[in-house]
Design a protein around this ligand. Sequence first.
Ligand SMILES: [Zn+2]
Length: 240
Amino acid sequence: MPQQRNLKTSGIILRKTDYSEADRIFVILTKEFGKISAIAKGVRKIKSKLGGHLEFFNEINFDFYKSSTNDLYRINGAECVMLNKKIIQNLKLMEIGYEIIKLLNKFTEEKYPLPKILKLSKFSFGLLNEEQNSELILLSFKVKFFTILGYLPSFDHCLKCRKKITESKNYFDISNLGVVCQSCLSKIAVVQAISFPLIKTINFIQKANLEQVLKIKIEKEDLFILQNLIEKVVHRIEEH
Ligand SMILES: [Zn+2]
């Protein structure tokens, strides 16, 4: 006899795909089971009770049904516990929200619980919904996301010699993704100079929570450099 189980967990929606006449398949980042696919039967019918709860950017409590013979979960119940509806009412916030979702889809593996990533995403959506500094939320999300996933090492040590980064000249190693000190510069192929204040800012973003990050003042120029740096990081990770 195949086992059948009813499961409860919370999560956020990463993708929706219409299926059959009235169903929809969702990709969900759940707290307990990681990224999974789940079907909601009849959800596209006007009278569906489930439909209204299954939206992007919200934190949702799910009731799933799962048989041991089928990889696809079935959504039996869904209740929104954190509704961030301001995001979908504002084009800029929505674009940033979808960019976060795109990164979550692209760089997370299925069925591997990522509690820190889920927490970071929920916080980011909550702060976006408060219409805070959305550019900084996105940048900080990216820095923290790639740090948690292990692509970005801590910016307080040199990638090569492991010595603490000091106020002298420092560089960002674009191939290996990390900061290198002046003494190690000759060993690195592709670098760009990076200022000490910016290194400290990135290190702060890596360690602090998002609310603390939003309180710091980042110079426009540094913000621009950081955006550019993160773009290079994403490209580098995509190459692998
Ligand atoms: Zn070094």
